[in-house]
Design a protein. Structure first.
Length: 342
């Protein structure tokens, strides 16, 4: 299986990703270690104006997968924690095991026996790429066990299989940043074409998850299928401005560009107090404010950690007054992606 690259790994544009799904001769991967523990990060998808095409990784929260080689061929799941019993133990129905199965088949190692422990360290249904973090951690663990030293880009099609199972559609705006780290643009899905973008190093992210239910599938169904040309032009300008601001390291331009006239006006109705939280955040010095993925999590970019902390504290206090529990996270953009932690 091949992936053509125009530039060096992690910086250039990746083309013809569909070729990764074609069965071709691959090196024979042998077991290099018997067990591994991998962390994969949460992600913010859409990034306000970039619906389905932009996403970035954060340092916290994230998920962990412990994977061990077993004597019996096939994939098993022996333990899942932190999910309150919501995730299936059946390997045929879990996004982690299904993605790993596709990966093993692609490299001719369906004979391998693997046991999976999944430790959810982040809320399910939060809009922070929960299923993506789990899936990427599992794929990276299998890759590590087999000593597969190819670029992680090779795992992306299999991670998207997990997203298809979780959300009904195999979008890459969560799994790509979880897999590569950093800020990622999905330039095209047919063919799949992924670009990693630069970003200001002093850009901080404040995230607040209001503990209310906003299922991803339902959140997609309320989005308009047709838009006015005027709104489309506004959105194109904002996406172009955001990408330009990232390349130019211009935080003011990033802030001016993070406006969504297509999706946010509809999805914001599912998030209690959304516009009040945006006003509070901007008054405290946020560069921008928006919905993370399909919600209900919201996020703000700031220029420093102290401002991000103030924003999370203010928003959590506001939600508490509405009798809504919440979780908060403050982080810079995570450029590492998944990592071995044990």
């Amino acid at each position: 299986m091949i992936c053509k690259k125009k530039d060096k790994p992690g910086e250039g544009e990746y083309n013809k990703m569909e070729e990764l799904m074609v069965a071709e001769k691959t090196p024979t991967f042998e077991v290099k270690q018997k067990s591994v523990t991998v962390f994969a990060p949460a992600t913010v998808a859409n990034v306000v104006c970039g619906f389905d095409v932009l996403g970035f990784a954060v340092n916290a929260p994230g998920d962990e997968v412990v994977m061990r080689v077993t004597d019996k061929p096939g994939i098993t799941i022996s333990k899942i924690t932190g999910d309150n019993g919501r995730l299936p133990m059946d390997p045929a129905k879990n996004t982690v095991s299904v993605s790993v199965k596709h990966y093993l088949e692609s490299i001719g190692r369906s004979d391998l026996g693997l046991d999976i422990e999944l430790h959810k360290k982040m809320p399910i249904g939060s809009g922070l790429g929960s299923s993506s973090a789990s899936t990427v951690a599992g794929l990276f663990a299998a890759k590590t066990i087999l000593g597969d030293d190819r670029d992680p880009i090779a795992l992306l099609p299999f991670a998207m299989k997990g997203e298809e199972m979780a959300c009904g559609q195999g979008h890459a705006d969560n799994v790509a940043p979880a897999l590569f780290g950093g800020f990622v643009l999905i330039r095209s899905y047919e063919p799949l074409d992924v670009v990693r973008l630069p970003h200001p190093k002093d850009l901080w992210c404040a995230i607040v998850f209001p503990d209310v239910d906003v299922p991803t599938r339902e959140a997609r169904q309320i989005i308009r299928k047709k838009v006015d040309m005027k709104d489309a032009v506004t959105q194109w300008g904002n996406v172009a401005g955001l990408v330009s601001g990232l390349f130019m390291q211009d935080i003011d331009l990033i802030g001016r560009s993070m406006k969504d006239v297509l999706v946010e006006p509809v999805r914001s109705m599912l998030i209690p107090g959304f516009y009040q939280m945006r006003e509070m955040s901007m008054e405290l010095g946020a560069v921008s404010f928006g919905i993370s993925g399909s919600g209900p999590s919201v996020f703000a970019f700031t220029r420093d950690e102290a401002t991000a902390q103030k924003i999370t504290e203010k928003l959590q206090s506001f939600l508490e007054g509405m009798k809504i529990d919440s979780f908060s996270y403050v982080s810079t953009i995570n450029d590492a992606g998944p990592k071995v932690i044990g």
